[in-house]
Design a binder for this molecule. Structure first.
Ligand SMILES: [Zn+2]
Length: 428
């Protein structure tokens, strides 16, 4: 690898507090200069150079559902979206509840080489909510976060033990926030529209009572809690109040929860079916306030690929979930930047803060000499239209098909090597 200098870019690096037009030199896998020249020059005028994006919530589906996604296809999609690190959720088959699956996913990710993968371990064996998974053994192979995502830990006793256990290693527990007694057969947000459509409602309280319980338990234990996919005003308020009293909590919001409302369900197109469900304009306003005032730490995708024949079933039968990795940056730029958050805040929400919240070192900046060159360069003004067949994911279930977005990834670099160059994923 020889030196490359990106010239004339706007360097936005929240970790060092930099927002300036400059040049960035990369050599031997590291950032070697800022504001200097050297090696081959790549004209980056008009591009933003930021730390590579970090996703706290990605479903790579392998092992078990390779028809929907693989580690290779999912991490290629991640690189295309500007990501250099993703946290892979544990609800695979077999479940990632012991070190063997963690090591398998790490090996597959290394072989693919598109993006660093940080496996999330299950909280309980087989996601069954009863016996704790092999948390210590998974910590020993590098796992920092535990989640039964998709399924809540229903027992307060088990959740409390998980928090106590995680605290031993200062690890993080991310409980899927859904009180399942309140969501029996639930299909979409509970309200006038669900009654009108004849679909069983999914009350906000199902999320909020679980978050309230978990915040209470985490505060008591002194452990780190992460709240995934916040979807309601009430949850934003719970997290804000908990942070104010010093609870060690972080929270994420997905692009679909800040960009879409329940109204899209009216056509019964299951591409809009997701857990937790899309909510109302008031909830969208509240999660946007949470992103703006720092209550929410991260924009996370909950990238949830489903094979076409699965997702194309009738609404009631169709599985929950949406693609996210290839549209998150552009949705953030289109929907939030300038109106809700500044560009540096957006980069912090997509990279710096998620990296810190998950103890991911070498990602999220700072972009300074000596740091690993994990970078994204994107054109913040480029317009493009979401075209499902053009996505790198193996699945097609994006709710944003046909949507015109602003902001396009031009280059992604993982330890100085291009994983995306001029908009093309390496190996394509
Ligand atoms: Zn998920």
């Amino acid at each position: 690898m020889s030196a490359v200098t990106f010239t004339g870019c706007r360097l936005v690096d929240p970790a060092s507090g930099t927002d300036a037009v400059t040049s960035v030199t990369v050599d031997g896998g590291l950032v070697t200069g800022v504001g200097e020249r050297g090696g081959r020059e790549v004209d980056a005028a008009g591009l933003v150079c930021a730390p590579g994006l970090v996703d706290l919530h990605t479903h790579l589906r392998e092992p078990g559902r390779e028809d929907a996604e693989t580690v290779d296809s999912g991490t290629a999609a991640a690189a295309a979206g500007g990501y250099t690190a993703v946290c892979a959720m544990a609800n695979t088959d077999p479940v990632c509840d012991h070190a063997g699956v963690v090591e398998q996913v790490l090996r597959l990710a290394r072989d693919a080489g598109h993006c660093d993968v940080y496996p999330v371990g299950a909280i309980t064996r087989g996601l069954a909510g009863e016996q704790l998974a092999e948390i210590g053994a998974m910590v020993a192979v590098g796992v920092r976060c535990f989640s039964d995502d998709g399924l809540p830990v229903r027992s307060a006793r088990v959740m409390r033990r998980a928090l106590e256990y995680a605290r031993t290693w200062d690890a993080i527990v991310a409980n899927h926030a859904e009180e399942a007694d309140l969501t029996e057969g639930a299909q979409m947000n509970e309200g006038e529209l669900s009654s009108l459509l004849g679909l069983t409602g999914w009350p906000r309280e199902a999320e909020e009572v679980m978050v309230a319980r978990d915040l209470t338990l985490a505060a008591g234990v002194g452990a780190r809690l992460h709240v995934p996919h916040v979807s309601t005003r009430g949850t934003v308020e719970l997290v804000r109040a908990a942070k104010a009293r010093g609870v060690r909590v972080t929270a994420e919001v997905t692009p679909h929860h800040f960009a879409l409302t329940e109204e899209v369900a009216a056509g019964y197109d299951p591409v809009y079916k997701v857990n937790p469900p899309l909510r109302t304009a008031d909830d969208v306003a509240a999660v946007r306030e949470g992103l703006a005032d720092g209550t929410v730490d991260a924009i996370a995708t909950d990238h949830a690929p489903h094979a076409p024949e699965q997702k194309a079933q009738e609404w009631v039968q169709a599985p929950c979930g949406m693609l996210g990795l290839e549209t998150a940056l552009a949705l953030t730029l289109t929907e939030l930047v300038d109106e809700v958050v500044s560009l540096p805040q957006a980069v912090a929400l997509l990279s710096t803060r998620p990296a810190r919240s998950r103890d991911v070192s070498g990602h999220g900046g700072p972009i300074v000499p000596g740091a690993p060159a994990n970078l994204v360069l994107f054109d913040p003004e480029a317009r493009w239209t979401v075209d499902p067949p053009a996505l790198r994911s193996r699945s097609r279930n994006t709710p944003f098909a046909g949507r015109k977005l602003r902001g396009q990834v031009v280059h992604t670099l993982l330890r100085g090597a291009f994983t995306v160059r001029d908009g093309r994923v390496r190996g394509e």
